[in-house]
Design a protein around this ligand. Structure first.
Ligand code: ADP
Ligand code: MG
Length: 226
């Protein structure tokens, strides 16, 4: 069976007045649904760049990405937008919820972009229930705690049943207890939803809970022995 996420020989360089800055260097990765990987590395090592390229938000300088057999960088703008919306769920360090929308409406946003399925509201309610926010569905982001907002962001990432979830420092802005709850939910939900999860984190505690861990060093992933 082909991998659900395949990155082949990714290189990313940023031009500078002098030598180009090499962020990723011949990086390859294959993952399937039901797998989870924590990526660690010092600030500036290219972790966010890697996630953005895997999620088609940024183009690699060279190399290729395939998600569910599709090369996102070969798509036209409309198809690429549709691809990002349905194939990849993003969770960022900041929740990026829309302030004027309730928790329920925020979870539904990715489902509205295409043809909104009649079942979407049911799915959104069920996800909010699953992340422990059954009593918070009509709250605005400002009326939620940081941890609750990240739980809404997790539900939003899952609404369209994408094969891939990418999380960039998902617990980075949370206090210890909220971080614990969010981490536990992420690690339970990727199994329940049978998605593949890649999370970038500074937290050795969070990383230790992942079945696979790698450090991003000199533009390449160095996998820890299990
Ligand atoms: P991390 O997430 O591991 O902290 P990033 O992926 O954000 O690292 O950044 C990796 C390196 O690439 C950093 O040195 C950063 O300054 C540089 N960088 C990121 N984005 C750009 C950009 N658009 N133009 C130039 N340099 C960039
Ligand atoms: Mg980063």
């Amino acid at each position: 069976m082909p991998a659900d996420l395949k990155a082949d020989s990714l290189t990313k360089r940023y031009p500078t007045p002098g030598e180009p800055l090499v962020v990723l260097e011949d990086l390859s990765l294959e993952m399937s649904r039901g797998e989870a990987l924590a990526v660690m590395g010092p600030s500036g090592s290219g972790k966010s760049t890697l996630l953005y390229i895997l999620g088609s938000l940024e183009r690699p300088t060279s190399g290729s990405v395939e998600v569910a057999g599709i090369d996102p960088f070969a798509l036209d703008a409309g198809a690429l937008a549709q691809f990002r919306n349905t194939r990849v769920g993003f969770i960022f360090q900041d929740h990026y919820l829309l302030p004027q929308c309730t928790a329920l409406e925020n979870v539904l946003i990715p489902a509205m972009a295409g043809a909104a399925a009649p079942a979407a509201t049911e799915r959104a309610r069920s996800l909010l229930h699953r992340v422990g926010l059954a009593e918070r569905m009509t709250h605005l982001p400002a009326e939620l705690s940081g941890g609750e907002r990240q739980r809404v962001a997790i539900a939003r990432a899952l609404i369209n049943r994408p094969p891939v979830i990418l999380a960039d420092e998902p617990t980075g802005n949370l206090d210890r207890r909220s971080a614990e709850t969010v981490a536990a939910l992420l690690l339970d939900l990727y199994r329940e939803e049978n998605v593949l999860l890649i999370a970038v984190t500074h937290s050795t505690e969070l990383a230790a809970r992942f079945p696979r861990r790698a450090d991003l060093v000199d533009g390449k992933l160095q996998f820890a022995s299990p």
